[in-house]
Design a protein around this ligand. Structure first.
Ligand code: OKV
Ligand code: MN
Length: 240
C-alpha cells in the first residue's frame, strides 16, 4: 500500500484540463492508496467556503467519493487557499491539518508542509502572510459580502502578479538556513513540500546526517506526486 502526496494544482474554472487530470488521478491512482495528502494551493484562489463556484462542489463530491471508497484525504493549506474552512472540509470529507505535520509512515518520519514558510528571503511576502493569517483579519474579511471579497481578491492578485515580475528566482526559492532550522526543529529525515514549483529531491547535510527535501511539482502540463511505500519514497510525474 502507498501513501500519495500532491500540491499546487491551482484548480480553477479557467484550467479545465487540470481539473480533468485530477479527477482521473483520483479514479486511477488515489483510489488504490492508503491515504491522500494535499499540501496546499489545491485551488488557485479561495475567498470563503460560501463561494457558490460549481467547481468547488464538483471537487468536494469527488473527494467525498474517494473517502467513501475508503481513502482518507488530508489537507494542508497553501498560500492561495488558506481560507478553506470547516464547511468545505465537511462537504468534501477532507481532514484539515495544521501548517506543519510529522507523519510516521512505515519506517519513515516525514514532515509535510506547504513550503511558503521556508521562503524567508521574500520579506514582502512574509509580511503579507502574517497579515492575512491573522484570525481577526480573516474573520473581518469573511464578514464582507461575497462580491466585495471577489473585488478585493482580484485587486490583490493582479497587484501580486506585477510585483512578482521583479522578484528574482533566488528570492522565490527556499532559504537554506530555514530548511536546516526546520529539519532540526522537527527532527525528521524527510520533508515533503510544494509551493516553489521546482520538483526535485534535495539532500541536506546537517551534523553529518543526510536529510531529504522532496519538492512537488505544480500541475501545469502534467501531474506530480510523491509516492511513499515501506520500500521507498519516489517523485513521480504523469500525464493528465
Ligand atoms: C491568495 C495571494 C490572493 C499570494 C484577504 C484577509 C484582507 C484573506 C484575504 C483575499 C485574497 C485569499 C484571501 C489570494 C493569495 C493573493 C495575492 C497574492 C502571494 C484579506 C484574509 F487582507 F483583505 F483583509 N484573501 N485571496 N497572494 O485571491 O485567494 O499568495 S486570493
Ligand atoms: Mn504556494
Amino acid at each position: 500500500m502507498c501513501t500519495l502526496f500532491i500540491a499546487d494544482l491551482h484548480l480553477s474554472e479557467h484550467e479545465p484540463a487540470i481539473t480533468a487530470g485530477f479527477l482521473r488521478f483520483l479514479k486511477e491512482q488515489a483510489i488504490h492508496a492508503k491515504a491522500l495528502y494535499i499540501l496546499g494551493d489545491f485551488f488557485d484562489f479561495w475567498i470563503g467556503d460560501d463561494d457558490p463556484n460549481p467547481l468547488h462542489q464538483q471537487i468536494a463530491q469527488a473527494l467525498m467519493t474517494l473517502k467513501n471508497a475508503g481513502v482518507p484525504c488530508y489537507f494542508i493549506h497553501g498560500n492561495r487557499d488558506f481560507l478553506i474552512g470547516s464547511r468545505f472540509a465537511k462537504e468534501s470529507g477532507i481532514t484539515l491539518l495544521p501548517q506543519e505535520k510529522v507523519l510516521e509512515i512505515e519506517k519513515h518520519r516525514i514532515l509535510i508542509l506547504h513550503g511558503d514558510t521556508l521562503c524567508t528571503d521574500d520579506e514582502a511576502y512574509q509580511r503579507y502572510r502574517k497579515k492575512v493569517h491573522n484570525k481577526f483579519i480573516q474573520r473581518l474579511f469573511l464578514l464582507l459580502p461575497l462580491f466585495i471579497r471577489l473585488r478585493i481578491a482580484d485587486k490583490m492578485r493582479s497587484r501580486s502578479q506585477h510585483e512578482n515580475q521583479y522578484k528574482s528566482d533566488a528570492i522565490m526559492d527556499v532559504n537554506p538556513q530555514a530548511v536546516i532550522d526546520t529539519f532540526k526543529h522537527f527532527n525528521t529525515e524527510w520533508m515533503i513540500h510544494g509551493h516553489t514549483h521546482r520538483p526535485a529531491i534535495h539532500t541536506v547535510n546537517i551534523d553529518d546526517k543526510i536529510h531529504y527535501r522532496g519538492v512537488l511539482g505544480a500541475w501545469h502540463t502534467e501531474g506530480s506526486m510523491f509516492k511513499v511505500t515501506a520500500e521507498k519514497i519516489e517523485l513521480i510525474h504523469f500525464p493528465f
